[in-house]
Design a protein around this ligand. Structure first.
Ligand code: 6CS
Length: 292
């Protein structure tokens, strides 16, 4: 059963006030969806926290053992919202494929989880300027016995590839012509690695920094990384917002631009291994293929 969305309160875990629970459920205290305030910044300020969707895929997003939500995306969002006068983040774990519908249904105020900026997504939500850039990678058995270096290699063999549900790797595999029954959705990184270790898949596809983090933590000498995956782009993610929340997106962008200029942005994302300068070399408009 693919993971959809479950709510995690930021540690030190706050007592879930009725308002917070209702807000997480996409309801205001009046029991109806929060009014799409003319100025979303004021709506979130009045709420007292920003509802953020994460995937729990380190180093992009991570829920620590004490419940604290960290990772490059949430750390960046936490600092930006603090400067906007919003002191708290309240996180929900979501599959990538459920993040955009969650924004559209106003279950979240922001996705800051390494959601890659792509034209088809730019038609559904609005993005900040780029923040987290990365290549694509496969985790494979040591020696790469199936010689899988691209999604085309997966297609031309009877290999199976593990992917995150609704994620870019799933789309890359299907677009390369890998049959649907050989594109296997893994609900999270640990499950994907286990599927590889058990031989249920021949490669597990995620962004490079995510695969590196998984392999470092697994310490399994029978696994190795292939990166970059041939014929795949360097992706850059941005924070994503409901299309009506242009004021909130623009406010996020203003602070992000200040932090990029001061070097604070590069320091935060760099501490998680991300090349901050890569995000300065491309724009949202270029990645969306037009205005967003
Ligand atoms: O945005 C995406 O689709 C991809 N982003 C990350 C950080 N991990 C996997 C996912 O497919």
């Amino acid at each position: 059963m693919p993971l959809a969305t479950r709510s995690v309160l930021r540690a030190p875990t706050r007592l879930a006030t009725a308002g917070a629970v209702l807000a997480l459920l996409g309801l205001s205290s009046a029991g109806t969806a929060p009014a799409a305030a003319a100025d979303a910044v004021e709506r979130v300020k009045e709420q007292g926290f920003a509802r953020i969707a994460i995937a729990n895929e380190p180093p992009y997003t991570q829920i620590q053992s004490d419940g604290k939500v960290t990772g490059a995306g949430p750390e960046l969002a936490r600092e930006i919202f603090k400067r906007l006068g919003v002191p708290e983040l309240v996180a929900s774990v979501s599959e990538y494929g459920a993040m955009i519908p969650g924004l559209q249904a106003r279950r979240f105020d922001i996705v800051d989880a390494g959601l890659f900026i792509k034209p088809e997504r730019c038609r559904a939500v609005i993005f900040s300027e780029p923040n987290l850039c990365d290549a694509e990678a496969f985790a494979v058995k040591k020696g790469n016995p199936r010689n899988l270096t691209s999604f085309a290699d997966v297609k031309s063999t009877d290999a199976k590839v593990g992917v995150p549900g609704g994620g870019s790797e799933e789309r890359l595999a299907l677009e390369a012509g890998v049959p649907r029954d050989r594109v296997v959705v893994a609900p999270d990184g640990q499950s994907g690695l286990k599927m590889l270790q058990d031989g249920r898949i021949d490669a597990y596809a995620l962004p490079t920094l995510s695969i590196r983090d998984l392999l470092d933590k697994a310490g399994d000498e029978n696994l190795e990384i292939v990166t970059p995956v041939k014929n795949t782009p360097i992706y850059c993610a941005g924070a994503a917002f409901n299309k009506q929340d242009t004021a909130l997106r623009d406010a996020y962008d203003r602070v992000l631009a200040e932090m990029k200029k001061s070097g604070e942005f590069q320091k935060i994302v760099g501490s998680y291994g991300f090349p901050g300068d890569a995000a300065l070399m491309v724009t949202r408009e270029e990645l969306c293929g037009g205005k967003n």
